[in-house]
Design a protein around this ligand. Structure first.
Ligand code: SF4
Ligand code: SF4
Length: 386
């Protein structure tokens, strides 16, 4: 007899039923977002159904390199993560905070008051669930909660997917953030291949997930299917393209702020900020005021910023971090060390995006390993001050 669905239930559905799931979410007025192929990459965008997913595509990733390739099958989620992360929907890259219009001798200010979009995210990876949990600490649990993030996050329905293939720059196993999804989802999928095609094992993660899945055609998962799903993540865990030794990494970096490796990496780093833009946990922003030429209206806009820009650390009289060395060091030590002091976790989930999308292929796992290999190394000459 078919089991009643509850948190922890595991059932099997067909691809046709996945389409029904997407339709059911759209019928509940969710904006359904998922991976899709565009401009030579797999990005996150609005999708209408299974046909919009990157069917039969995979990605080849290395430091400074990303290429799409055809797979030998028609897997739906047979790739790693691309340049987008879900943060672009929960913490938008550009957002108008308020607008002002001239009225008589003064201005009338309108605060943003639109209803927050309700997103359904399809295909969220384990590392990305951890990245959301990290941003939750920043935007929901800190002293200054962010209303945009909070409302979007609260309304989101999450369909996760267990990774069936690791990318060349992935290291979620090192960060203990994947490849298996453990919590933080409404439903979690695992693609199962069999002789006649593909099915999906679905784990229920919440009451909302059970409610949406309930009416869809499904069958209880048998032992063979459960074992096959475990084998998928075990195989992926064995494919990690990178490794980061995390034992004592906070102390290692904090005790090596004058290590000569920071000078070496600064010679390669372009200070472009790509690594911060693609990172699913980076959250820094700047605020600008704009006015029209007639002086009749103005607006305040918040947009993503990067600790790699000179202006980011500008205080009265100049920038505090005026060298590339100091900016790269700030970014990497914040991610892997100071974040632990601030928020109780690492700021890195091992997704590998900053390695893949760095135009010169700088790899934080390699940088950390170089410092670990020669801790407390000294410069030959007195160093520059940050
Ligand atoms: S620092 Fe790099 S590997 Fe870590 S979460 Fe950010 S983009 Fe991913
Ligand atoms: S590490 Fe790479 S991506 Fe980051 S600022 Fe430097 S050159 Fe750009």
């Amino acid at each position: 007899m078919e089991q009643a669905l509850a948190k922890g239930s595991k059932v099997v559905i067909s691809r046709a039923a996945l389409q029904e799931l997407i339709d059911a979410l759209a019928a509940r007025r969710y904006q359904v977002m998922g991976p899709t192929v565009r401009d030579g990459a797999i990005v996150y965008d609005r999708i209408a159904g299974v046909a919009d997913l990157p069917v039969g595509w995979t990605d080849e990733q290395e430091a400074g390199r990303y290429r799409l390739q055809r797979r030998g099958d028609d897997a739906l989620f047979g790739f790693a993560v691309g340049p987008h992360s879900w943060k672009r929907f929960l913490h938008p890259p550009v957002e108008t905070l308020w607008t002002a219009h001239k009225e008589g001798d003064g201005f009338a200010i309108s605060l943003r008051d639109e209803a927050p979009p309700r997103f359904a995210f399809i295909g969220v990876r384990a590392c990305e669930l951890h990245a959301m949990a990290i941003q939750d600490r920043v935007f929901c649990e800190g002293d200054y909660p962010d209303p945009t993030y909070q409302s979007r996050r609260r309304g989101a329905f999450i369909v996760a997917v267990n990774c069936g293939q690791a990318g060349g720059t992935c290291f979620c196993v090192s960060m203990q953030t994947g490849p298996k999804t453990e919590s933080g989802f409404d439903l979690a999928l695992t693609e199962l291949s069999h002789d006649g095609g593909q099915d999906l094992l679905v784990e229920v993660g919440s009451a909302a997930g059970a409610e949406v899945l309930g009416p869809l055609p499904r069958r209880d998962a048998d032992d063979t299917q459960l074992a096959a799903a475990e084998a998928v993540v075990a195989r992926t865990a064995g494919q990690m393209g990178r490794h980061l030794e995390t034992e004592g990494i906070k102390e290692l970096l904090q005790e090596n702020l004058e290590h000569p490796r920071w000078d070496e990496v600064a010679e390669r780093c372009l200070s472009c900020g790509n690594c911060t833009m693609v990172c699913p946990t980076c959250f820094c922003t700047t605020v600008e005021d704009h006015s029209d030429l007639s002086g009749a209206s103005a607006e305040r806009v918040r947009s993503w910023d990067s600790c790699f820009t000179m202006d980011f650390s500008y205080l009265h009289g100049g920038s505090v971090r005026h060298t590339t060395r100091s900016r790269y060091r700030q970014w990497m030590t914040h991610k892997l060390a100071h974040w632990i002091d601030q928020f109780g976790t690492s700021g890195c989930v091992g997704c590998g995006r900053c390695i893949t999308w760095c135009p010169v292929g700088i790899d934080l796992t390699e940088e950390a390993a170089a410092i670990r290999a020669a801790p407390h190394a000294k410069k030959e000459k007195p160093g520059e001050q940050p």
